[in-house]
Design a protein around this ligand. Sequence first.
Ligand SMILES: Cc1ncc(COP(=O)(O)O)c(C=O)c1O
Length: 400
Amino acid sequence: MTKLDRIFSDRISDVPRSFIREILKVALDPSVISFAGGLPNRELFPVAALKEATCKVFDTQGRDVLQYAGSEGHAGLREYISTRYREKANLDIPVDSILITSGSQQGLDLLGKTILNEGDAVVIEEPGYLGAIQAFSLYRPRFLPVPVSGEGMDPVALRSALSSRPKLMYTVPNFQNPSGITYSDQNRLELARILEETDTLLIEDDPYGDLRFTGHAQTSFKELLPGNTILLGSFSKSLVPGLRLGWIVAPPALMQKLITAKQATDLHTSHFTQGIVCQYVRDNDADEHIRMIRDVYGRQCQAMQNSIQRYFPAEVTYTKPEGGMFLWAELPLDMAAMDLFELAVRDKVVFVPGDPFYVRGNRHRTLRLNFSCADVDTIDVGIGRLGKAIRELMERGAEQ
Ligand SMILES: Cc1ncc(COP(=O)(O)O)c(C=O)c1O
């Protein structure tokens, strides 16, 4: 208890702290190999092209982009996003249904602010994205976790959760954070049919969709369930996260409320950074850049699977992501990833134990491994260290 405890809101006291931030402190030691972060690979940032775009923006629209601007976002950038949906995903998304946000993380907060009253039910993936759990927790909802596994979300568990009439259902159907799982077309269709009969709004959070390095694209929920779907997008993984640019695609009635929430929160997202990205996509081939990211992540993901095959005991199962930045492993029964974490830190390798990605239970046996930031040789050394730690933990268990 400190003198300040009395002043904190119940709202903030209930929000889980990001355990990942604590882990990242350990990862600052250069002798530690980290699979814990959730960062895009900084070596791939197009720094020179962004610098050039920035200078051009200053030269040609300096006073415009440094002035206050409309809450909806930069007209040129919204136009680009709308065109890209049409060309890449065959989705008809009118410019008016796009609201630019300060990262898709802000999209989650604005949705919580606009839709959730205390105690409202929210379906969340299990395991689910920690940032969404944190963002919604501020509005004190009742989480209804529904398991996701190889094919996607469990339809039987979803039907049961829907009996509580949730207002929102949060999903990351492409290369999910944390598991790397992609919902199959059949699973998407089944979930869409179930939701069609309800007034629950589905959030399709898709920051990784562009980063597919194998397999074929699945149908978007926005196409399968247009009236009930809210799409979230981001430039963080396909370009850079530091400019903090994302967007929400929402139906008109919801859009009006979201704009009010956006005005109350920060008036508008930086017009300057929006201008930079708009200039960058005009002067550069954004797809070529994305192909380069996919190639690198695809090689690193494959290298991680090869090393897991080589060093992990056969009892450990793991996902085989078709894109994104994460792979998810599951230890044998009776083992806890938190126990493995202690041994791994000693052996100078870190990962994120599954616990923060669940809203119920603890001492889970799952772990998240990030492959976007380490090169192939480092991945091999790190997974080798982790394999040794897993075997040691298994032997300890067998002795007890
Ligand atoms: C599933 C998911 N949604 C949203 C975000 C937040 O992204 P942004 O940088 O656009 O706020 C992340 C970031 O890691 C994420 O993994």
